[in-house]
Design a protein around this ligand. Structure first.
Ligand code: B12
Ligand code: SF4
Length: 531
């Protein structure tokens, strides 16, 4: 049987990375079947395109996975596939959280023939076998004979054959502006491909933050893969990178990559010992980044960016969403520690919490601008189904759009906040994005990073321009031209640096424009105060 695994786009932005579930399920598919993968983020399709693809490739089963944010598109595509006579199985966090919805048991239209609840590593082979026999059941749940939920232990994690996977649709170099490609080639970085690959080293998080689905979905017990299997995967990617004359970076998608610091350190030591370093990004909560040895190992093993859910600079707010383990007083020290090791943070903030009042953006920005530059992202508190937050707001009658996912609108509140109006909260988010991604802030960040190596500075600039697109429309060519024009100052300065490197080939080491070390953050703070 030919199987298509499809992940819809979110209808607004493009993702920088393929979704792991597709590669994982492909690797877990029993022999005798051919699996095709389409990630709508890389290859946008209308429902007509999808149906045509299914006909051309004689697909007999379509598996669709989606987060809540993409579920509207997922249902739309599933409806078209089913209308074309091909069965659809849906899985992932959203359908697990509201299983009646895809099955049409809530009185509305049905979208899926079958659903896979929870982690599907162990149920997927049975789904494929049943579909091949034309005997799909409605619900596949990972339970044992006593009806108890079973979590895959990850000790026998499959080998994902990254070296053979067709990754063409995920080649990011195609999206690099020409100018960036020229700058890279000037300094000898003539990559034919650039892939960001998701790898998981473990699952589960015990922290139970009120707005998060992870503790409910993956559980509060943490499971890890062996160091060996993770390192082998990295080495396989490195071999591919060499063969393709390309570049690979890795996103360790664990919810909290350092949840067990001893184990994380042992993994990082093994990465270093076996020469498996690639540039990597991971999510780590700030309380675990107090550990200097851990931070040093992160840096030595290839770590570049750490995604940290700082969420709020107000300790009471953090307590109100069960995230009191974040200590705002320590944010600066943690970020400076990272910067001393050439690591930068993607700092995530949520507005609309019960303790927020007008001016929350300004207060947060004042703090951010006193820290080493990173990539701040801002969102509104969103009640995802089956989270404690959803239940609390629902019980209090505060949900204004209880099924917000069926009429998804980015950066739009779905409930009434307490100390601020819906419009004010949305406008605070806009203010925060506008300030952090203004041409002045981009220029100030690049100045702050003046002592860093050329590749570090280039990656920072490109990341900043790309992250801007999470909030501001940046999908069209003319939007990009506008953004590049606005940031011409730092771009020209980097171009100058690239030319210097080209003209002086003896400079194999990073060019240093200022003494190494942590420069004063003052210029950045000044720029922002002015903006
Ligand atoms: C990596 C990641 C991202 C990446 C992008 C996704 C990518 N390309 O991988 C980035 C950083 C961009 C991201 C962004 C966001 N993310 Co995110 N992300 C994750 C993360 C950390 C890992 C996803 C993953 O690969 N997990 C490992 C795989 C193996 O698990 P899985 O996807 O659940 O798949 C398993 C099962 O669900 C099932 N399954 C899944 N699909 C299918 C399909 C079929 C047919 C079958 C049979 C089974 C099946 O089988 C798999 C194996 O067991 C998860 C948390 C988590 N631990 O999962 C959050 C998570 C998915 N993200 C979440 C959210 C909210 C977001 C954002 C909306 C945040 C925001 N406010 O902007 C954005 C939206 C992105 C967008 N494109 O619009 C939520 C989703 C909650 C929900 N109900 O939808 C999660 C669960 C985290 C959370 N805090 O609750 N995210
Ligand atoms: S620490 Fe992160 S993954 Fe864990 S519950 Fe909180 S938000 Fe979710």
């Amino acid at each position: 049987m030919n199987i298509l695994l499809y992940n819809p786009d979110n209808e607004i932005t493009n993702n920088f990375m393929p979704h792991l579930w597709m590669f994982l399920l492909k690797s877990l598919t029993p022999p005798g079947h051919k699996v095709f993968l389409i990630d709508g983020n890389a290859r946008r399709m209308s429902s007509e395109d999808l149906v045509q693809y299914i006909r051309e490739n004689e697909i007999g089963l379509v598996g669709i996975g989606a987060m809540t944010r993409m579920i509207r598109k997922a249902y739309h595509m599933a409806d078209a596939v089913r209308a074309a006579g091909v069965p659809v199985v849906m899985g992932g966090p959203h359908v697990t959280e509201v299983p009646d919805e895809p099955l049409g048991r809530n009185g509305e239209a049905r979208h899926a023939d079958a659903i896979a609840l929870g982690e599907a590593d162990q149920t997927w082979p049975a789904i494929v076998a049943d579909a091949a026999r034309g005997e799909l059941k409605e619900i596949y749940a990972p339970i044992n004979s006593d009806g108890k939920e079973v979590k895959p232990p990850l000790g026998d994690y499959p080998v994902i054959p990254w070296d053979k996977m067709d990754l063409d649709q995920f080649n990011l170099i195609k999206h690099f502006p020409k100018m960036a490609r020229r700058m890279l080639s000037l300094v000898g970085m003539t990559w034919q491909s650039f892939h960001m690959i998701p790898i998981e080293s473990g699952r589960g998080c015990p922290y139970g933050c009120e707005f998060c689905t992870v503790t409910g979905f993956f559980g509060d017990s943490i499971r890890f893969r062996s160091n060996e299997s993770v390192v082998n995967e990295l080495l396989m990617l490195k071999a591919r990178e060499k063969r393709e004359k390309g570049k690979v970076a890795v996103f360790f998608i664990d919810d909290n990559f350092a949840i067990n610091p001893r184990r994380t350190k042992s993994l990082l030591r093994e990465i270093i010992a076996r020469g498996a370093q690639v540039p990597w990004v991971a999510q780590i909560s700030m309380n675990l980044l107090r550990d200097e040895e851990l931070v040093s190992l992160i840096s030595q093993s290839g770590g570049k960016w750490i995604f940290i859910g700082l969420e709020s600079i107000d300790a009471e707010n953090l307590k109100s969403v069960s995230k009191g383990f974040n200590k705002p007083d320590e944010y600066q020290a943690v970020l400076e520690r990272l910067a001393r090791h050439n690591l930068y943070a993607i700092t995530s903030f949520i507005f609309g919490m019960d303790g927020d009042s007008t001016g929350v953006a300004k207060r947060t920005l004042d703090a951010i601008h006193s820290w080493p530059p990173g990539l701040p992202v801002f969102g509104l508190l969103t009640p995802y189904p089956a989270t404690p937050l959803y239940d609390r707001l629902s019980a209090a009658g505060r949900l204004t759009r209880p099924k917000h996912w069926l009429e998804f609108k980015p950066f739009t509140m779905a409930f009434k906040p307490l100390g601020i109006t819906v419009e004010e909260a949305e406008s605070e988010v806009r203010q925060a994005w506008s300030s952090c991604y203004s041409p002045e802030t981009i220029a100030a960040s690049m100045e702050w990073l003046g002592s860093k190596s050329f590749p570090d500075r280039l990656i920072h600039l490109l990341s900043r321009l790309a992250f801007r697109g999470i909030y501001f429309p940046q999908m069209k060519r003319r939007d990009w031209i506008h953004v590049l024009y606005e940031s011409r100052g730092p771009i020209l300065s980097l171009l100058g640096q690239a030319l210097m490197l080209k003209l002086r080939p003896q400079h194999r080491k990073p060019i240093v424009l200022k003494p190494q070390g942590l420069p004063e953050p003052a210029p950045l703070a000044r720029e922002q105060a002015a903006g």
